[in-house]
Design a protein. Structure first.
Lengths: 123, 231
C-alpha cells in the first residue's frame, strides 16, 4: 500500500483516513489480521506511537478489533465498511465541489461537465 | 522516570553563553527532534548529555544519574562528525564495538551493512564521506541502548539512505528507550518524531508534539520552524 502525507493535517488523522481507504479498497480485507504496529509504522515511515494512536481510534470506531494476544483484525461487518466508504466518498465530493466553486462554476455547470465527462468515458 | 532530564542547565564557553537555563525531560518510548538553527546549542546539549562537557550551572541527568561511566553503557551517541579510526575495516570496527559495549548486536550491524552494500573488508579510509557516516550510524543503532543521541544523523547522506536510516530508527523502536535526533532537515524527520524541542540561542523556545503543532497551528513542524526562525 502507498502511504502519503500532506503538510498541514495531523499525521494520525491522515493515517486513519489511509487505513480506512486500505480497508475499503481491499489492501486490508475484512476479517484479516493487520500487520503489527511496528510493521505498519515502518511501512508508512511514521512514528510507532502515532500509528498506535491511529489504530486505537479505528478500534474505538469498531472498524478494527483486537484479539487479546493474536493482534488486530479488520471488521467483518460489511455494512460498517460500506458506510465508511460512503462517508469518504461524500468528503471527496464536497472537496471537489469546493474546488470547482473556487474556479467560479455554478452547481448546474458542474453537473453538466461531470455528465459530459462520464459520457465520454463510457463511449 | 525521565531518561534524559535537564534542570536549569547552563553552559558557557568563557563569556559566551551556549545554553541558558534549559529545562526539559525526555521519557522512554519517545522519539524526539532537537531542532534549532545553526549555533543554537544543539550539539552542546548533546555533548553535555554524554559527559564530554560539564555544565556551568544546573544539572543534566541520564536515567537519574549525572553523565559518567555508568551512563555511557546506556547511551548510544552519534557525534556530529565521524571519528572512526581510518585504518580499521568495517569488520574490525564491529569487533571493536563488540568489545566496548555489552549491548552491541553484531548480527543487526552485519545485516545493515549488507543492506547498504558496504563490504566488511573495506577500510574506513577507502570509504566515501557518506559511507563513513552510514557505518557510524550502523554502529550506534546496533546497540540496545536506553538513550540514543543522534547529532545530525541524516545531514550527509542521500535521500534514499535517509529513508533507510529513518526506517531503521522506526523498526528498532523500543518502548523502554528514547531517541533524540538533532537536525535541521525537519521535513524529512517530522513523521518519525513524537515530540519536538525548538532551541534558540541556548534556550528552549518550544516543546510540543508533532501532531499537536499540526492540530493547533494547521501547519507542519517544518513550516512552523521557518516561521519561528525567519531570518
Amino acid at each position: 500500500m502507498e502511504w502519503g502525507f500532506n503538510a498541514d493535517a495531523p499525521i494520525y488523522s491522515q493515517l486513519i483516513d489511509q487505513i480506512k481507504q486500505g480497508i475499503i479498497a481491499g489492501a486490508f480485507p475484512p476479517g484479516e489480521r493487520l500487520p503489527s504496529v511496528r510493521e505498519m509504522a515502518t511501512e508508512a515511515g511514521v512514528n510507532p506511537n502515532t500509528m498506535q494512536r491511529a489504530l486505537a481510534e479505528l478500534e474505538r470506531d469498531g472498524l478494527v478489533y483486537s484479539q487479546r494476544t493474536a493482534g488486530r483484525y479488520v471488521t467483518e461487518d460489511q455494512t460498517m465498511i460500506e458506510s465508511v466508504k460512503k462517508t469518504l466518498a461524500e468528503t471527496q465530493v464536497q472537496a471537489f465541489l469546493d474546488a470547482m466553486s473556487r474556479l467560479g462554476f455554478k452547481k448546474g455547470e458542474i453537473l453538466e461537465l461531470v455528465r459530459r465527462d462520464t459520457a465520454r468515458e463510457e463511449d | 522516570m525521565a531518561i534524559l532530564e535537564c534542570r536549569d542547565l547552563s553552559k558557557r564557553f568563557g563569556n559566551t553563553p551556549a545554553l541558558n537555563g534549559i529545562n526539559l525531560s525526555v521519557e522512554p518510548g519517545r522519539i524526539v527532534g532537537l531542532l534549532g538553527p545553526n549555533g543554537s546549542g544543539k550539539t552542546t546539549l548533546i555533548k553535555l548529555a554524554n559527559g564530554l562537557l560539564t555544565p556551568s550551572e544546573g544539572q543534566i541527568l541520564i536515567d537519574g544519574a549525572a553523565p559518567g561511566k555508568q551512563t555511557r553503557s546506556e547511551v548510544s551517541y552519534l557525534p556530529d562528525r565521524t571519528c572512526l579510526p581510518t585504518w580499521m575495516t568495517a569488520a574490525r570496527l564491529l569487533d571493536f564495538y563488540g568489545d566496548f559495549y555489552a549491548d552491541f548486536r553484531r548480527d543487526a550491524a552485519e545485516q545493515m551493512l549488507e543492506h547498504l552494500n558496504i563490504p566488511q573488508k573495506q577500510t574506513i579510509k577507502q570509504m566515501s564521506k557518506g559511507t563513513r557516516e552510514k557505518v557510524q550510524l550502523i554502529l550506534v543503532m546496533s546497540r540496545a541502548a536506553r538513550l540514543y543521541l543522534l547529532d545530525e544523523p541524516i545531514g550527509g547522506v542521500d535521500p534514499a539512505t535517509r529513508d533507510y536510516i529513518l526506517n531503521t530508527i522506526i523498526s528498532n523502536y523500543n518502548p523502554d528507550a528514547a531517541v533524540v535526533i538533532s537536525t535541521h532537515l525537519i521535513s524529512d524527520v517530522e513523521k518519525v518524531l513524537d515530540d519536538v524541542i525548538f532551541i534558540n540561542q541556548g534556550q528552549v523556545a518550544l516543546q510540543s508534539s508533532v501532531d499537536q503543532i499540526r492540530e493547533e497551528k494547521g501547519m507542519s513542524v517544518d513550516a512552523l520552524f521557518r516561521e519561528v526562525f525567519k531570518c
